[in-house]
Design a protein around this ligand. Structure first.
Ligand code: ADP
Ligand code: MG
Length: 740
């Protein structure tokens, strides 16, 4: 940035003020400061409703001084000045020790802004030693204060540490006075087309509004700018990807894929077929595919991915499938070799002629198996390689890696894609397909995954019996909990399998496997007063049930502290069709959350269900009712009726529409949590834009940014936008590195 906005605050405000702003709020440049927007505006003449202030709250109030008294303290030397302030109805007092001098300016009838923490003394609410700024009453003793209060609206800034809202006001004024016309990242033609004001006008109006309309006009433009810069980053990334080389994978014929399609025991859904076509088209281009395949749990993503992998195998290349955990990698190996049948036996003794071999590579593998897998990957004998993400980080040499499928992974960002470069031959990149079972609302898809193409599997395969969900309130209905265990027994007696999910591994753990998603922030408030009830934990619950309610049933546990081998064995026995060695009931943490497919599992009991977030519950229950047998999911909770946690559970029980739940989840969460959990970056740059609420802004910004980036890919004709984009990309990169 060549203009004033890039200047340091030290040069503009002097060392002392600049240091305070940096320390308290991390503001270093003029741009940082003017982008620190007011949180709200106090209306001149409109006093703060004093009765509404809560004890303990940090507040900035506008009120009128009613009276001032000064008295000597009895026990100690010194004086107390007490000013009673009023909003016309309620009163409150301000107290100062040894500040008798204030008597001169604290005259009855004057209005001021007072900031501090609300405390109670002698049954009365007060602010002790508040920061004060009296509004000028004709006496122009402080020109900056006069300027600050000239308008009808007084900005109230998010303050911090020793820096008050009017310190900020004064500092902003100094910068605005020198602002001039800073270069605008939004091109003139875009502003004109959308009726947006200039950056200079927006900054003046957001900090010094004369009316509510000023604020609205400014916020509209600044919010658009956030969306626009972000979309410009994404457009640029799309363009960069389009410029990367990739090998076309267009086989003359597809014998393996054809044989696979013929062998499928079901008919592909319309969606599966269509997306299959899209992917085939992508694979035929000479730049890498970056496609996100989203579909609710059980929508049949694995089959879509497998068909893409087989097309690549038919073209002579290799496909890698990356799973987030070893359990899932092992499960993918089972289900994929199962689906492939004889097509997965090529190269084995007595194996088929047609097909490929499937290799598994995980961190905990023993060295002999690992060496064999690495060799098959290197020679190309393994057409399909399944593993954890270590596959792309470690020194694994592929013969010809053509396609990478990433399962259930939100954080497959730019950096991981870059790591893939090293895996491919002669610098060409593999094609990438990312699968996710968390339905992503449109706006999030556009902001977080805006640089990839999105395919959605909207329909579930028919013949799916579905899952019925009920909330079981342990506190109010202890008998119902007893009934839960009876239901488990009935289910097992019918030859079915049951999951029991707990938020913890052991008593006293903070959480299980670090995977418990605490849910929306309302929990924190709820928990603050009441003693938290002990959460149900895998190990003690499994022991108790084995002795008591479920004695005689075959119970196994599954959690993150078990060795990979033990986990694998527990899962295998639970998934096993062989009734002899099977496990009936699996007591587990959320390690089973994603992808696990056990058609015989018909029931899931989720203990302390209120500890999980909406999307997580939806994912969990997606593990049952996947076959032709109807599923049952019981959400056991101690949360009282009417509490936000209980409402969340009711919402989950009321619908199986993953998109609706995902949108609700998004609404309930703080913005940063949503974006933060999905991909690095994005967070710091969004101040006014809320992904859940500003869909039209995002859509308009995306359209405009795409047009600009297409006409001027390097943004050389848009230097201000180029600078903003570079800053955002640098921030995202820094944040990524920080998080690791
Ligand atoms: P997802 O990964 O999307 O959760 P899967 O691909 O694991 O779903 O599919 C869930 C189950 O549905 C699997 O047992 C799979 O074999 C089966 N399935 C997939 N597609 C179809 C279809 N078109 N018709 C019937 N069953 C299907
Ligand atoms: Mg899956």
């Amino acid at each position: 940035m060549t203009d004033l906005l890039g200047s340091s605050l030290t040069s503009l405000l002097g060392g002392r003020s600049a240091t305070a702003l940096d320390k308290a709020l991390g503001l270093r440049t003029a741009e940082d400061l003017v982008r620190h927007y007011p949180r709200r505006y106090a209306e001149r003449g409109e006093l703060t409703d004093l009765a509404s202030l809560a004890v303990g709250e940090r507040v900035t109030v506008m009120a009128e001084i009613r009276s001032v008294t000064v008295r000597q303290m009895r026990q100690r030397r010194g004086s107390i000045l007490e000013a009673v302030i009023t909003d016309g109805t309620a009163t409150m007092s301000l107290t100062f020790f040894n500040q008798k001098w204030r008597e001169r300016e604290f005259r009855a009838g004057r209005t001021g802004l007072f900031a501090g923490q609300v405390t109670v003394y002698g049954g009365k609410r007060q602010l002790s030693h508040p920061e004060c700024m009296l509004l000028p009453d004709g006496v122009a003793d402080d020109p900056l204060a006069v300027a600050a209060f000239a308008g009808a609206l007084i900005p109230i800034y998010p303050a911090g540490g020793s820096v008050t809202t009017w310190d900020l006001q004064k500092a902003v004024q100094v910068v605005l006075d020198q602002l001039g016309e800073p270069a605008d990242p939004i091109p003139d033609e875009v502003r004109a087309a959308l009726g947006l004001c200039t950056l200079a006008d927006a900054l003046w109006q957001v900090h010094r509004p004369t009316s509510r309309e000023d604020v609205d006009t400014a916020v509209k433009r600044l919010r658009f700018e956030e969306a626009f810069t972000l979309q410009a980053v994404l457009a640029q990334r799309r363009a960069e990807v389009a410029a990367l080389p990739a090998t076309r994978r267009t086989p003359a014929s597809t014998p393996v894929l054809d044989a696979f399609d013929r062998s499928l025991p079901f008919i592909l859904t319309e969606g599966q077929r269509e997306i299959g076509e899209q992917i085939r088209a992508d694979l035929g281009r000479d730049h890498p595919m970056h496609r996100l395949l989203q579909g609710d749990v059980g929508s049949g993503k694995t089959v879509v991915a497998l068909r893409a992998m087989l097309a690549v195998v038919d073209a002579g290349g290799q496909a890698a499938l990356l799973a987030p955990t070893e359990v899932l990698a092992a499960q993918h190996l089972r289900s994929i070799t199962g689906l492939l049948g004889p097509l997965a036996t090529r190269g084995q003794l007595g194996g088929g002629e047609l097909g490929t071999s499937v290799a598994l590579l995980t961190g905990s593998q023993r060295s002999a198996g690992r060496r064999a897998a690495l060799l098959d990957i290197f020679t190309g004998d393994a057409g399909i390689v399944i593993g954890t993400h270590a596959l792309i980080q470690e020194a694994v040499d592929f013969h010809d890696l053509a396609l990478v499928v990433v399962d259930e992974q939100h954080r497959f960002g730019v950096e991981q894609r870059a790591a893939l470069a090293a895996k491919s031959r002669d610098g060409s990149r593999p094609h990438v397909l990312v699968m996710t079972a968390t339905p992503i609302p449109r706006t999030v898809a556009m902001t977080v995954f805006g640089d990839v193409d999105v395919s959605t599997l909207a329909e579930l395969p028919s013949g799916r019996a579905g899952v019925a969900t009920h909330v079981v309130a342990g506190e109010e209905q202890p008998r119902h909990v007893a009934r839960v265990w009876e239901r488990v027994r009935e289910e097992v007696a019918g030859g079915h399998r049951v999951f029991i999910v707990c938020p913890r591994i052991d008593d006293g753990d903070d959480d299980a496997d670090g995977r418990v998603d605490a849910g929306p922030t309302d929990d924190a408030g709820e928990g603050a007063g009441a003693t938290p009830l002990p959460m149900t934990a895998v190990v003690p619950l499994a022991a108790r049930l084995a002795e008591g309610e479920l004695s005689g049933l075959r119970i196994a546990t599954l959690h993150g502290r078990m060795a990979a081998e033990e986990k694998e064995q527990a899962m295998r026995r639970f998934a096993s069709e062989d009734t002899g060695n099977a496990v009936d009931v699996l007591v587990a943490t959320t390690v089973i959350e994603v992808g696990v497919d056990v058609p015989r599992a018909t029931m899931m009991v989720i203990m302390d269900a209120d500890r999980f977030g909406i999307s997580q519950l939806h994912q969990l229950r997606g593990r049952v009712g996947r076959g032709s047998l109807p599923g049952l999911c019981l959400l056991v909770t101690q949360a009282p009726v009417g509490s936000p946690a209980r409402e969340r559970l009711a919402a989950v029980a009321a619908t199986t529409d993953g998109f609706a739940l995902s949108a609700l989840d998004l609404e309930l969460r703080r913005e940063g949590d949503v974006l933060g959990s999905m991909q690095s970056g994005r967070r710091t740059s969004l101040r006014l834009l809320e992904v859940a609420r500003h869909e039209e802004v995002i859509v308009a910004a995306r359209e405009a940014a795409t047009a600009v980036a297409e006409a001027d890919p390097t943004l050389e004709r848009h230097p201000a936008l180029a600078a903003a984009v570079a800053t955002l990309r640098a921030d995202e990169h820094a944040e990524f590195l920080e998080k690791g």
